[in-house]
Structure formats: C-alpha cells, structure tokens
Design a protein around this ligand. Sequence first.
Ligand SMILES: [Cu+2]
Length: 461
Amino acid sequence: MDAAPEVSADAATDQGADTAVDAPLLPGLEGPPTFEDRNPDPRVVEVDLVASAGDAELVAGRMTRSLLYNNRTPGPTLHARVGDRVRVHFRNDLQEPTTIHWHGLRIPAEMDGNPMVQPPVMPGGTFDYEFVVRDPGTFWYHPHVNTIEQLDRGLYGAIVVHEAEPPRFTAERVFVLDDVRLDARGAIAPFASGGHDAVHGRAGNYLLTNGAAARASLTAPRGSIERWRIVNAAGSRVLTLSLQGASWRVVGTDGGLLPTAWEPSRLQVAPGQRFDLEVTLNDASGVTELLAHVLTQTDAGVQTVPRALVELRYEGDTTATPPVYPTVTLPPRAESPMLQTIRLGANTDGGLAFTINGRVHHEHAAPMERYVQGEPVRFTIINEIGPEHPFHLHGQFFQIVSRGGRDADELGLKDTVQLGPMERVVIETRFENPGRWMYHCHIPEHAEHGMMAELEVTPAP
Ligand SMILES: [Cu+2]
C-alpha cells in the first residue's frame, strides 16, 4: 500500500476540499476516469451522478447520440476501499424513468436500484443511494429500467472496491467491454421488437473497449505485473478472450479474489460477469494483445475471427515484485442444503415470452419463494431452450457446484453464471443478505419479456 500523510477528516475540512488528502491512498486505476469524490473523509466516497442524453465518440471522428453518465460512456469508475461508505447523489436528466443497479454489491435491498423495490426515478428527479461496500472486487453499475435500450445506448460504468491490504501491481487497469449496433451513418440502430434480437438479445456490430471502437493503445515497461479488471457490459454477447504476448492468470471473479489463480487458454466472459487478471508483460515480441474471438461473416463464410481489444507496447524496463495476495477462503459446501429447481423456458402463447418455472414474470409480482438468511440452498438451474442465459442473482454470491452433471471447475464467488443451450448448472448460496431480491437472465430482451423473478430472504431469527 502506498504510504500517504495521515490527515484527519476534520483538518481536511478546515482546509477546504481543494487541499483534502485521501489517506491511505488507493492504488491508481487506468481506464475510465474515476468519480470526483467530494467528501474529505477518506472512508466516505461521495459523488454526483447524472444520466443524460449526449454525444459520444464511439467510432473515431464520428459522434453518436448516446445515453451518458456524467457526460461519458462508460460512466466514471466508482473507486472505493472495502468498508467505505458510498453516497451517490443521482439525478435523472433522461426523457424517461431510470434507476441505478449496483451489480454484484451486497448492499441493502432498498439501495439495489431494481424496480421491484424502488420506484423508478422520473425525468428531472433525484435519488440518493447510500451503502457500505462490504466486499472487495470488480463490480459495475447500470440502469434496471428499459434496460434493453438504456444499457445498449451507453449507460454503464465500473466499480472497483479494493481489498483492505491490496496486492501491489505495477499498474491496475479497468476494461469495460461492450458491443453496439451502429447504422451506416454511425447512429445507434433502431431497436426491433421481434426477430433474432427478441430470441437471442441484440448484438452489436462494433466492439467497444472503454467506450471506443478502436483498440485501446497502451504502453508499459517490460517486466511489469499488472492487474486487469474485465467487465462484460454487453447486452447479449458472450466474449471469448485470449491474450497474446504475455502470460496471464485469472486471480479474481465476480465476488473478488480467488483462493488459487488459474491460467486460461481462452476465457469466456458472459454478459454481467467480471474477471480480474494478473498479466505479466515479459514477451520477446514487445507487444501484448487482448483478443476477442468473434463470429464474423467473411468471404469464406461465418468464421471465428480474433479482434484486438487492447494493444500494449513495451516501453522501458522494470522488475516487478510478484504481488502478495491475501488468503481467500470460500464458504464450504453445505452438507444438506435445501434443494430447489429453476427452469428457464419460453412460450409463444401471445407472442414470444420467456419463463421461469413455467411462468411469465412481470414487474411488481409477489416474491416467488422465501428463504431464511444463512440457510444454504442449492439451485439446479435448467435451460430448457436454445438461447443462452447469463443467470444473475441480486444481492448475494453463490458458487458453481456442477455443470452438465460434472463437478464445476469455475472457482470463486459468482453473481452471474452462463447457461448454454439446454444446459444444467447447479449453484449454492447461503443467502447472507436479507431483503427482496431479483433473479433474472442478464440478457435484457429475456428479462424484460418474463425471465425476471423475485425472491425474499428473511433475516435470520
Ligand atoms: Cu436469457
């Protein structure tokens, strides 16, 4: 941890906000700028957040009418340390209602920003979100109203919560990945209510890295060891990533650092998921590329083509000390958990709709099930249809027990798990966070057409 002069909150206030010093310093983040913290107390992060329409340069030299947080997409990164209090003064300058959902944070249900527990913030309206960030990790925020359009038009941003004693890297970088569908004029293409988009969710024709369609061009000294925090903010695109010209290990996922790192050949990141990578820049080539392998129409038919999201060139040399990771222990598997089944399906009774346990769910429906805080529950989630579903549970972490009947090797605490066509995944949670919580497919077209339900966790007696 960087040493910083100790300055009491009171002294900082006396001197005015301009001279306030946050102590101890958080590790710096490369990527989207962080929010301006207007509270001098180093344990309080207090920020202003405005959603509005505006122009963004998604493709170089062209402006695209988008929806923005604080006039940019991705919005500023919310940067805090575990245990910090976060206050977000939100104002909705959109022409439509919205909310902010803090994806993955285990915060009080009334701050979760989902429309089952919070009336949407109307145009011109405000809402103050306040919570303590209990868990270190990489998270993100986005609207939970008309998500099909609001997310796709650019409303999302990253959240980084540092460990109490963060491992030290040469640099930490945030990469918020997305795709967007632009028409020939560079405008966001109209949203269709049927067809392929309704079945599979809308995919874009441009990949975005931190809001730009061009590959991110970066430099770093050879010998660096960096932490890369990856967020998939796309509506429906599963990203298959590889790294060329560097060695990498997965050191964290949705719910923070892992007990043991693992080295992928390719890494699949479903919509909503996050992965933290340790990247060692030591390749003879002098250039490192983060690639997304994308199905593409070519002259030779549809093929998987690598697209560079990030190109990093070595400049200078350094000798990084390997980071020292805190010891992480995952909750053990329960001996006799309650067993539940969640079936993800569809029906075409009155147009295409998506179902959970045979029901088309609408907002403000009553909670489907009740659980007691701390009670271990094992869910068998069955995808009974062809389209894929990134299944997301609000306000809790879970572990992936098995996939397709085999023990899962997907280590770590998760809040989002990908289900392929007709696939069956078993997860286990202990419902540590009481309240009313949504669970849904993270593809907005599926969620908003029925695949979004609610459960309730009652406080432990
Ligand atoms: Cu789905």
